[in-house]
Design a protein around this ligand. Structure first.
Ligand code: AMP
Ligand code: MG
Length: 340
């Protein structure tokens, strides 16, 4: 399949891509979190194509993206006061809210469940594209399943060239990790199913009672029901096995240098180490820069001749929790501690 590339997209291009979506085709496009692979949430065939192109397990439901709250009744019913407050505080933006679903959307979107994940993105191209399509748009990360999510046009092209009819170039994503997913519960209680740039600290400061799903920091307990099906699957992983190294900073850096000499790939913070197989994912004390750079850094190891990768542990505060969660999943929860 020939993939049409849209650079510096204008209204005419957005209208063409919007029409493709409305007609059941898939289009990859930028959002402020990561690039998404878009399809009409109302069209079974289009949603099935998204699962097929990504090789995504069909029990992992998708997020329906809307251009404004006016589109909400198409996908969700019974919007609670807590959900309304979340929209007014964080939409448009990197927050996904789980709501009771309508019967209008394809059952494939929700993997047969009776709730739907909904988000109104901030990125102007994403919003204008959904507006032009005139339908809610599912948009899982535009990577082949299991790989780190694409945070720039080039990576999206690397995974999807020849597999989709159109890709829109919107440069680098400003956030770099996927949206925060929350399940509003009774009263003011929110359960965070996936951490992102809308942090637990921000939600608590806004007066919500926040509960972290245990699967954010621990492997799945298969004896318990899974609230966030995405947690069941291997994700974000480079080809070589990854180990997170924790401990006192100097001890960790000494250990990483030893591993570097043995030919391992090293993932650390800016300015800490240098070498052919060393990649950095932001500044030690700046979680925003870590979230912007993590996935691109993980991807680079797939182009290096390394058989194992060792990574510095991020501080799990603020958006650092999302960074740590993605790194844990990429490492399949493989962590080691070193001592001086
Ligand atoms: P992705 O589109 O790849 O960013 O993944 C979407 C995430 O939202 C996955 O972790 C899904 O498990 C989660 N998700 C989507 N729909 C629901 C839902 N109805 N209930 C709970 N989690 C959901
Ligand atoms: Mg994904």
């Amino acid at each position: 399949m020939q993939t049409e590339i849209f650079k510096n997209i204008d209204t005419e291009g957005l209208n063409r891509c919007g029409q493709m979506l409305r007609e059941g085709k898939v289009v990859a496009f930028p959002t402020e979190t990561v690039y998404g692979l878009g399809a009409s949430a109302l069209c079974d065939e289009a949603v099935a194509t998204v699962f097929a192109v990504k090789s995504r397990p069909c029990d992992n439901p998708l997020i329906a993206h809307i251009c404004d709250e006016g589109m909400l009744p198409i996908v969700a019913k019974e919007v609670s006061p807590v959900a309304k407050r979340l929209f007014s505080l964080y939409w448009p933006g990197p927050l996904t809210v789980i709501l009771p679903k309508t019967d209008t959307i394809s059952p494939l979107v929700t993997a047969g469940g009776n709730t739907v994940a909904v988000r109104c993105p901030l990125h102007p191209v994403a919003r204008e594209l959904i507006r032009a399509a005139g339908v809610p748009v599912v948009a899982p990360s535009a990577n082949l399943s299991g790989k780190p999510s694409p945070t720039d046009f080039e990576t999206t092209l690397e995974d999807l060239s020849g597999l989709v009819p159109a890709i829109i170039d919107g440069g680098k994503c400003s956030v770099g990790v996927e949206s925060t997913v929350v399940l509003p519960q009774d009263d003011n209680l929110l359960r965070i199913l996936r951490p992102g740039a809308i942090t637990p600290e921000m939600l608590s400061d806004a007066g919500f009672t926040v509960e972290l799903d245990p699967n954010i920091l621990s492997p799945l307990d298969h004896s318990k029901p899974v609230l966030s099906p995405g947690m069941k699957h291997r994700h974000y992983a480079p080809k070589a096995p990854l180990t997170i190294v924790k401990g006192e900073k100097q001890a960790v850096l000494d250990f990483l240098r030893q591993k570097q000499q043995q030919g391992a790939g090293i993932l650390c913070f800016e300015g800490e180490m240098e070498g052919d197989f060393v990649r950095c994912y932001g500044q030690e004390d700046d979680a925003d820069s870590q979230s912007q750079n993590l996935f691109a850094a993980l991807r680079q190891f797939d182009h290096l001749p390394v058989n194992e990768i060792y990574a510095r542990q991020p501080n799990p505060m603020g958006v650092g929790l999302a960074v740590y969660n993605r790194l844990l999943r990429a490492a399949e929860f493989n962590i080691m501690e070193v001592k001086q």
